[in-house]
Design a protein around this ligand. Structure first.
Ligand code: SAH
Length: 346
């Protein structure tokens, strides 16, 4: 048996058969569609956020503008196009960095940047290779793809949930030997027998590395993903194939495999590094950043068909029944750096 975390890691990143290493995940012909691929307005508003954060930090130079897990590169391209209009000095002074674990997606990003304006990014395979100095870091749907461990409450106590083979030789879940320190479990919530708890040490350590850099050198980070603000007991492991849910064991390496992001855990990691975390829903964030105004501006000179498309994109990104509530936004920065898109209570 292997842990759920190993199963996720092999399915997503096996060098020859992994999902991100071999497949074309995004878009209509892929398995899922992300916010930057839904609408240019997403990258434009996140770009305005990043530019505002740089100003709020006192326009430090030199600085790194990094995206972690850029997929097809669309978000960074949309952000840079927008920021370049606001201030051509930004691209001239920024060290633009793309951190990508998949060699295949790196190639796609290189091809797209070859014809996407004058910004010349550098590529890295891990955050620890980024240059020192202030960091302005963006990541969309990164953390959901980083493996988690699952623990199951059994009659014998909490046990790590494993992936094993049943008598017919099919993949199945089983309870392993390892347990979990009860201090790590959510407090004040009752766990029935069979309840699942997800712990994400690999996500926490990536967040810790980014937070330590921002804390030491200055900057800010914005992390957008689907997930929950309060930790709880739930099995959120899911597979997506051709825009439909798939059995998590049906197509290993051929389906996307994710779990919900525990935003409270990521915020606690940032706080432990001395940063101030802010959390809100994607809907609130995009509306405060001016989604309706941007859609209005784009639609004002366009025909009814374009306006109809823009209305659909706004609904998809910010509608409470679509991505607006399910997706959350976490921003982190040193205490004295004011960030747009959040209320004082967030
Ligand atoms: N941000 C893009 C893609 C999201 S899919 C979008 O919104 O469309 C997840 C991306 O993260 C992929 O590019 C995947 O290869 C990358 N990724 C996953 N784990 C990573 C890690 N540990 N370091 C860097 N990139 C990672």
């Amino acid at each position: 048996p292997i842990s759920v975390s190993e199963y996720m890691a092999i399915c997503l990143f096996d060098p020859t058969d992994g999902y991100y290493t071999t497949r074309e995940p995004f878009g209509a012909s892929g398995d899922f569609i992300t916010s930057p691929e839904i609408s240019q307005m997403f990258g434009e508003l996140v770009g305005v956020w990043a530019y505002s954060a740089w100003i709020a930090a006192g326009k430090p130079v030199p600085f790194t503008f990094a995206e972690i897990g850029p997929g097809r590169g669309t978000l960074m391209i949309d952000m840079l196009r927008t920021i370049d209009r606001l201030d051509p000095g930004f691209i001239a002074t920024a060290r633009i960095a793309l951190v990508e674990a998949s060699p295949r997606l790196t190639e796609i990003q290189r091809e797209r940047f070859a014809t996407a304006g004058r910004a010349k990014p550098s590529w890295y395979t891990q955050v620890s290779d980024l240059p020192d100095g202030p960091h302005f870091v963006i990541a969309n749907e990164l953390f959901d793809a980083i493996p988690v461990r699952q623990f199951v409450n059994t009659e014998q106590g909490w046990r790590e949930r494993m992936v094993a083979l049943d008598e017919a030789g099919e993949l199945c879940f089983s309870a392993g030997l390892a347990s979990i320190d009860p201090a790590l479990l959510p407090t004040g919530k009752k766990a029935e027998i069979g309840a699942i708890f997800e712990a994400a040490p690999a996500r926490s350590s990536l967040m810790a590395e980014l937070s330590a850099r921002i804390s030491k050198h200055g900057g800010a980070g914005l992390f957008i993903d689907y997930g929950h603000l309060e930790p709880g007991f739930a099995d959120t492991l899911q597979a997506m194939k051709a825009h439909a849910y798939d059995d998590v064991f049906a197509h290993p390496g051929e389906a996307d495999l994710t779990t919900h992001v525990d935003f409270a855990a990521l915020a606690a990691v940032a706080q432990a590094s001395g940063l101030r975390p802010r959390l809100c829903t994607q809907g609130d964030f995009l509306l405060r950043m001016g989604l309706l105004e941007r859609a209005g501006a784009l639609g004002s000179k366009a025909g009814e068909d374009v306006r109809e498309r823009l209305r659909g994109e706004v609904e998809r990104l910010a509608g409470p029944d679509q991505m607006g509530n399910l997706f959350k936004v976490l921003a982190v920065s040193p205490e004295n750096v004011a960030l747009p898109g959040f209320n004082p209570a967030d």
